[in-house]
Design a protein around this ligand. Structure first.
Ligand code: ARG
Length: 266
């Protein structure tokens, strides 16, 4: 699999657009680079190829490549960021995805959509979230362009403002979910479609455990994932935990730093 990443060269907390961000908290740049490098090494040691996009000064959140777009087969729906602070990223993501030969679709100007942060596949079924960063009308637009079936889920807790902070597909029939982050009816919609749901307690999800990347039988995530090592082992997954606390200061973990590019091609 190929994964899109962006070095944390200009990463920092320069504004506050989610409850985790506090401009008074400084990012330790050396540690951020070490943590990012460690994730990059895990991917390459597992045989993944990494596509790198160029970091841009003044766009501190570009390190979170999950928010570039949602991709499926060779198509990509570009993000239209909810906050003006991130809007400057859009043209860079377009350039990066064009270079990777994706056919690109743009959201109408008045509809917010934040890419794979709010759109995750279980098999070929797309789960999309609304409530904080992505507007509900984005979902049908995405489903139509990617030609996939989609289920809309409502997020209700501002700390879990993107779907990938509280939900993580593990394979075609299993996923991690932090039920507290969703409207109760939305949890039922997931339950009806995904036979094996591993429920993650709120405190564990707050450590960005669900912000994980499943890869070759492993679940790569923040150190908080250690708390669910046993249930994951029972489900057949080995945990790989990494410190990503410098990125958690911005409200992101392992998955936010990674955009899988080969979805739907296997
Ligand atoms: N500071 C970033 C923001 O608030 C973090 C993005 C995290 N990305 C994600 N896919 N959850 O937009």
């Amino acid at each position: 699999m190929a994964i899109l990443m962006c070095r944390p060269e200009y990463f920092g907390i320069e504004y506050e657009i989610n409850p985790w961000m506090n401009v008074a908290v400084e990012v330790n740049h050396v540690r951020a680079v070490e943590q990012w490098d460690a994730l990059h090494s895990v991917y390459t040691e597992l045989g993944e190829s990494i596509a790198l996009t160029s970091p841009q000064s003044g766009l501190p959140d570009m390190v979170f490549t999950a928010n570039a777009a949602v991709v499926w087969r060779r198509r990509a729906v570009l993000s239209r960021f909810h906050h003006a602070e991130r809007a400057g990223e859009e043209r860079h993501w377009r350039g990066a995805l064009e270079e990777l030969d994706f056919v690109i679709h743009e959201m109408p100007a008045d509809i917010s959509f934040e890419g794979a942060g709010d759109a995750l596949f279980v098999g070929d079924h797309l789960f999309q979230a609304w409530g904080f960063r992505t507007d509900l009308p984005a979902h049908s637009e995405v489903a139509r362009f990617l030609d996939v079936e989609s289920t809309s889920l409502q997020l209700v807790d501002p700390r879990f403002y993107h779907l990938d902070t509280c939900f993580c597909p593990l394979d075609d029939h299993s996923a991690l979910i932090a039920p507290d982050a969703f409207a109760p009816e939305s949890v039922e919609l997931v339950r009806a479609r995904v036979p094996r749901l591993l429920e993650v307690p709120r405190e564990v999800a707050e450590g960005f455990a669900c912000n994980a990347m499943p890869l070759r039988g492993r679940v790569i995530s923040s150190t908080a994932v250690e708390a669910i090592r046993a249930p994951l082992a029972d489900a057949g997954f080995e945990v790989v935990s990494l410190p990503v606390d410098e990125f958690m200061k911005s409200g992101g973990g392992v998955r936010c730093l990674s955009l899988p590019l080969d979805l739907g091609l296997d």
